[in-house]
Design a protein around this ligand. Structure first.
Ligand code: SAM
Length: 274
């Protein structure tokens, strides 16, 4: 039995692993482990992407707030998210069309083969999977989307462009709501601040969730819109949650509303960085 260690900014997270199930070096170094307490775990370039035990905490909080704030999210773009967990949650809102743009074909194939957290979502007839850079896709696409969801890796050479001003500007023009995971504001403050500086929308909010196997566990998401208000209204959210018959393990309408209430240090930080 061995330990997998992820290092970040002077601290580290250790997960006890039973074995390395599969490994492949391509665009990214992909590793899939069987862990002792967290089920299967996907690691890209040494960074934990998800474990079976807490992936729903992340995927539900990335997807449901923006999807439920939209009265009719029928056309949805997912960028990244090759493991399929995000698309799985999007389908709970019964959209007409979902486009997933993932740069690394290996992530899709290996997650399907060895883990399967998409639970068939990537084979759904409403879902099309495109193997391309997300920035290239939005640059050349003439399509509009009700909701755009970015489920990317920590900024690295492959994903750096997903936190660029140009990318956010285009996404703001072609969507009603845009949401991206925005890293840990506590353990990865430089990434969080870079996202805040570049993601300019007429209206934007940060909200929080808890993901035990991400740096420090305190995880943030940025939602933005140039057209819509971002006001988490509990009555509307409750009504849509019931009408759409959404089943979750972490997200509830109450969690949604409370996740937008930030601790003072973070409220101060988001006010300062513009
Ligand atoms: N939940 C994870 C996290 O926050 O650690 C992210 C998981 S998901 C597997 C991230 C995916 O984004 C990866 O499969 C990666 O290949 C994809 N990705 C990174 N940069 C991308 C880009 N420029 N365009 C499209 N997909 C990208």
């Amino acid at each position: 039995m061995d330990w997998f260690v992820e290092y970040y900014n002077g601290s580290a997270l250790m997960i006890k692993v039973k074995k390395l199930i599969f490994e492949k070096k391509g665009l990214q170094h992909i590793q899939i482990f069987e862990t002792v307490d967290f089920g299967k775990m996907l690691v890209l370039d040494g960074k934990i992407q998800f474990t079976e035990r807490d992936e729903a905490f992340y995927h539900e909080m990335l997807v449901h707030p923006a999807m439920i704030m939209h009265e009719n999210p029928s056309k949805v773009l997912v960028i990244g998210g090759g493991d399929g967990g995000t698309v799985r949650e999007v389908l709970k809102h019964d959209p007409n069309e979902v486009v997933m743009v993932e740069i690394d074909r290996n992530v899709i194939e290996l997650c399907r083969k060895f883990i399967g957290i998409d639970r068939g979502a990537l084979n759904d007839e409403r879902v099309s999977v495109i193997n391309e850079d997300g920035v290239e896709f939005v640059r050349s696409s003439k399509e509009r989307f009700d909701v755009i969801i970015v489920d990317g890796t920590d900024p690295n050479p492959v994903s750096q462009s997903l936190i660029s001003k140009e990318f956010y500007t285009i996404c703001g023009e072609i969507s009603d709501y845009f949401v991206t995971q925005s890293q840990s504001p506590f353990a990865q403050r430089e990434f969080f601040e870079a996202i805040l500086r570049n993601a300019k929308f007429r209206e934007r909010r940060i909200y929080l969730g808890y993901v035990p196997t991400y740096p420090s566990g305190l995880w943030s998401y940025l939602i933005g819109s140039n057209r819509r208000k971002i006001q988490p209204d509990l009555e509307t959210i409750r009504r849509r949650f019931e009408e759409r018959r959404i089943e979750t393990t972490y997200y509830t309408p109450e969690v949604h509303v409370s996740s937008f209430i930030l601790p003072k240090w973070l409220e101060d930080l988001t006010g300062r960085v513009r």
